[in-house]
Each structure stands twice: as structure tokens, then as C-alpha cells.
Write a protein that binds this ligand. Structure first.
Ligand code: FMN
Length: 323
């Protein structure tokens, strides 16, 4: 059966579906629901929180508590997200990995273009599986991640939600290109929200998928209910796209802030200033429901999301693209 791919073997899960971490929007309930349904749930930054942590220690201990809550809801493997920066500017990642090892977390998403061999080594020594995702994908970092011991590569096409890559390459090109360049298995990240997307990803050589937006519309996701309804109601053609920094681009459903950011971009305001104006915008709109001061980051796959459903129904639907 095709659903038993190298992805399911490496991660010790039943279905090759990974829920991408999403800042503020994940918690023990969502992650356990995905893992209980046979996929891999992943706790993202600020999982289960309502206010940002004020120190590294607080961030790590709050994540530990969310991991322990998740373990009470599932006995299946689940993951934790990492966004490593350059060693001298990143106090978070090493303590987060130490805690993940103590808690015996099964996998991490290692996200970003900064490849630090010592972190790969630390993860491997603690038997934590590594799903590597470049923010700006290219073959050089994919090969490097493979060389240092990544287990899986998530390939991010321009259709996806969250920080968009620098190059506007779609998964139609990125997946086969990466499949040809590395030997480890690939999961397709971006724009996949129904069985047709899954089927296409597999046809291109992916062995699993990595989705975020479709899980925002699950019953179990802590996102604001109005946001879920807006995702169901709108299509990709309704999305606004603007340049920003440090991520090169962002897309959002129309909100007052998102329209303002597009206007700033049109007026040639530097992308770093647009980035400043966006600060806190995901939590404001997507968790608190404040559409004046926030934006709604989603992938183009919203065109194929037509209902708010339990995670198990979403995963069953996605699996129709494989079986
Ligand atoms: C609202 C939102 C927030 C996100 N936050 C993060 C994050 O904090 N860390 C991360 O590695 N990826 C983040 N992502 C990316 C997702 O993990 C995943 O790659 C993406 O949602 C997949 O594309 P899709 O939304 O089209 O399915 C975010 C995505 C969204 C939509």
C-alpha cells in the first residue's frame, strides 16, 4: 500500500501526513488529534500560550508543559518545531533540544536556511528524527541537510502559508527537482488542502505531505472561529500579497492591517519597515480575532477548503489522494 512510505517508517506513524507548526495556533489538543488520527502533529512556537515568553527559560519550560499535556492525550509520536539561527544569535535552540531529548520527543521540524551540523548531531544522538525545511528552498541547503543527517526534507513551494520563500517557484518544479537531487524522502509543503493536492504531490515524487492551513480549519485548532469561517468562504484569488522582511513575502486574507501593508508596499516603504508593522499580527488576527491590527496568513490551498471539520475527517479526506 502506497500510504506506507519511507515517511511512515522513519517517523513510526500510520499515514504520511505532517501537520506543519504554526505560531500561536497549535497546542496539545490539535497536535494529539493529528497524531491520534495517524499523522504527525507538531507543536509550534508559543504552543498553547496566550502571551509571549519573556525569557529563554520560560519559553522552554512552557513548551515542556505543552509536551507533557500532549503526552496525556496521545501515546503516538509527535514533534516540536525549531527555527535555528546563527549560533551566536540564537540562545533558544540548544536548550529546546535538550528539553526535547529529556521529554523523548520523537521528531523536530528544523526550519530555516541556517544549517548547523552540531545541532543535527545533537538531535541524532538523542534519536530525534529531523524534518528539514528551508524557508527559501534550494538544492544546496537540501544536500547539506541530507549530508548532516536530516531524515526527511519538506519542500516549500510558493503556494504555502506563513513566511514565503524568496523565489516564486511552485511545488510543480521544486518537488521533482529536489527528489532528483537527494536520496532521503521528500514531503510536499504548501497549498495542499485536499486529496487532489496529495495525489499531485505523490505524482511529482513526494512520499508524504506537510500542511498547515487546512488544519487551521479543524475543530481542534485554537484559531479564532471567524478566521476559520473566512478561510472556508474565501478563495486563493482573494488573498493579498506583499513584500516584507525578514521573510521576503507574505500573503493574507483581507484585513485592515493587511490592506495597509499592501499600500505600504505599493508606496515603496522598505520591506524591513513593513516587517515591523506586521509584528504580532498573526496572534492579533488569527488567535484574538482583531482584524484591524492583525493579518491572516494562509496558503493558496484555501480554495479547496469548504468546511470546518474534525482533524480525523481532514486526514481521511487527504488520504483519499493516496489509497
Ligand atoms: C499562520 C501560520 C503560521 C505559521 N508559523 C510557522 C512557524 O512558526 N514555524 C514554522 O516552521 N512554520 C510556520 N508556518 C508554516 C507551516 O508550518 C507550513 O509550512 C505551512 O502552513 C504549509 O503550507 P499550507 O499552509 O499551504 O499548508 C506557519 C504557517 C501559517 C499558515
Amino acid at each position: 500500500m502506497k500510504s506506507q512510505s519511507r515517511i511512515t517508517k522513519v517517523l513510526n506513524i500510520e499515514k504520511p501526513i505532517i501537520q506543519g507548526p504554526m505560531t500561536w495556533l497549535t497546542d496539545a489538543r490539535l497536535v494529539a488529534a493529528v497524531s491520534n488520527a495517524g499523522g504527525l502533529g507538531v507543536l509550534g512556537p508559543n504552543a498553547g500560550q496566550t502571551t509571549p515568553a519573556t525569557s529563554v527559560e520560560e519559553a522552554v519550560e512552557k513548551m515542556r508543559i505543552e509536551i507533557q499535556k500532549t503526552k496525556k492525550l496521545t501515546t503516538k509520536p509527535f514533534g516540536l518545531s525549531l527555527l535555528p539561527g546563527e549560533a551566536e544569535k540564537d540562545p533558544f535552540t540548544v536548550p529546546m533540544i535538550k528539553m526535547a531529548a529529556e521529554e523523548k520527543v520523537a521528531a523536530v521540524t528544523y526550519v530555516g536556511n541556517v544549517i548547523r551540523p552540531e545541532l543535527f548531531e545533537m538531535l541524532r544522538q538523542n534519536n530525534i528524527k529531523i524534518i528539514y525545511r528551508a524557508l527559501c528552498p534550494n538544492l544546496k541547503v537540501a544536500k547539506e541537510a541530507e549530508k548532516y543527517g536530516a531524515d526527511i526534507i519538506a519542500v516549500t513551494g510558493f503556494d504555502h502559508g506563513g513566511d514565503l520563500p524568496k523565489k516564486t517557484i511552485s511545488n510543480f518544479d521544486l518537488i521533482p527537482m529536489t527528489v532528483d537531487a537527494v536520496d532521503i524522502p521528500i514531503v510536499a509543503d504548501g497549498g495542499i488542502a485536499d486529496a487532489r493536492g496529495v495525489k499531485a504531490a505523490f505524482a511529482l515524487g513526494a512520499e508524504g505531505i506537510y500542511s498547515g492551513t487546512v488544519f487551521i480549519t479543524s475543530d481542534e485548532c485554537r484559531a479564532n472561529n471567524e478566521v476559520k469561517k473566512m478561510i472556508v468562504k474565501n478563495d486563493a484569488e482573494d488573498l493579498l500579497l506583499f513584500r516584507t522582511a525578514p521573510a521576503p513575502y507574505y500573503r493574507s486574507l483581507p484585513t485592515k492591517l493587511a490592506n495597509h501593508l499592501v499600500q505600504m508596499d505599493k508606496e515603496g516603504v522598505p520591506s524591513t519597515e513593513i516587517g515591523q508593522a506586521m509584528r504580532g499580527g498573526i496572534k492579533a488576527a488569527m488567535f484574538d480575532g482583531d482584524f484591524d491590527h492583525g493579518y491572516i496568513s494562509v496558503g493558496n490551498g484555501i480554495s479547496n477548503i469548504h468546511a470546518i471539520r474534525p482533524v480525523s475527517a481532514i486526514i481521511n479526506d487527504l488520504m483519499q489522494g493516496i489509497e
